[in-house]
Design a protein around this ligand. Structure first.
Ligand code: HEC
Length: 159
């Protein structure tokens, strides 16, 4: 005996419409949330970057100060006031010397003088990072640096 063919469920166009509306509504909600997320990120990002830079400068300065005491103070003075080497805590020196120039001077040294090359690239003992930490430390002296017009003469200028 023939079996009854299964009756297909009735086509409910209203149910389909409702389901589609639901998907569209959720899609809109997610899109708005995504856009709001981007806006919030844009607003917060500069502050976060500024904070990260400040934290890094603080830690670089502290490490740089220790490196300076260990490797540079004997010639440039305990507080960079000058010794057998030039005064580095001098407004004039810090004003005309960029960070990049300082990085090069410390990395490569000054040939024909007592100033050794510090970078590993030039036979020294320091990584580029350490040289950068020294530069950060020396730069941090700038706001309070005294005027020493003869800074190149070292101790004899400051004294
Ligand atoms: C053995 C002594 C000595 C030591 C140690 C030394 N320096 Fe020097 N440094 C000198 C002398 C001398 C000069 C001057 C070179 C010249 O121009 O004739 C100099 C020059 C410099 C200059 C360039 C100043 C300018 O005239 O433009 C910088 C920057 C500097 N030293 C940083 C450092 C740092 C940072 C350290 C430690 C990592 C260091 N020095 C260690 C002797 C020394």
């Amino acid at each position: 005996m023939p079996r009854d063919a299964p009756t297909p469920p009735p086509f409910e166009s209203e149910a389909l419409d409702r389901s589609l509306d639901r998907y569209l509504a959720w899609g809109l909600v997610f899109m708005v949330a995504l856009i709001a997320g981007f806006v919030a990120y844009r607003v917060r990002e500069p502050g976060l970057r500024h904070e990260a830079l400040r934290a890094q400068t603080t830690s670089y300065r502290a490490v740089g100060r220790r490196l300076y005491a260990a490797s540079c103070a004997e010639c440039h003075g305990k507080r960079a006031e000058g010794g057998s080497g030039p005064t580095l805590n001098a407004k004039e020196f810090l004003k005309i010397t960029t960070d990049a120039q300082m990085q090069l001077l410390i990395s490569g040294g000054v040939s024909g003088s007592d100033m050794p090359a510090w970078s590993l690239d030039y036979g020294g003992t320091m990584t580029d990072e350490q040289v950068r930490q020294l530069v950060t430390y020396l730069r941090s002296l700038e706001p309070q640096a005294p005027s020493v017009p003869d800074w190149r003469k070292g101790k004899t200028a400051a004294g």
